[in-house]
Design a protein around this ligand. Structure first.
Ligand SMILES: [Zn+2]
Length: 141
């Protein structure tokens, strides 16, 4: 499944960013998915829920922004936003267009969780009773 390997690549990239930032947990990932990238946002979201398990992105929220294809006409030189099944120049109707956008699959933003501050031990999340966070490395101040 294409979307699953996309997610693995995405997660390994954000984990690397988290590593660099010294963060343990990722709260939010925003990505841009071009209409021409061949990636289905619905499948991507589902694949993400599978792929994130056991990673720093385990509790991350994924937001997907779709990007329309953009083409540049080689006849009249104008740039158009167009539809995936209609790669024509909107101005002169030429099919001699070059795709200049809409095939992207990129990370737009990553937010890390706020680090646990000793003293403020009041998690706002209700429900789950099991605490899976074993934070042995948190120093006592
Ligand atoms: Zn044109």
């Amino acid at each position: 499944m294409h979307e699953l390997s996309v997610c693995w690549a995405l997660i390994s990239e954000v984990e690397r960013l988290a590593q660099e930032a010294g963060e343990d947990s990722i709260a939010h990932i925003a990505i841009r998915v071009g209409e021409l990238s061949g990636t289905d946002p619905g499948l991507l979201l589902r694949a993400f829920e599978v792929a994130r398990s056991g990673t720093k992105a385990e509790h991350a929220h994924l937001t997907i922004a779709r990007c329309d294809p953009r083409v540049k006409c080689t006849e009249c030189g104008l740039e158009n936003v167009t539809r995936p099944n209609r790669l024509l120049c909107a101005f002169c109707g030429s099919f001699r267009v070059k795709v200049i956008g809409g095939d992207e699959l990129s990370i737009a933003a990553v937010e890390f969780s706020a680090p646990d501050v000793p003293g403020i031990s009041d998690p706002p999340v209700a429900g789950g009773s099991a605490n899976l966070n074993t934070e042995e490395e948190a120093p006592h101040v």
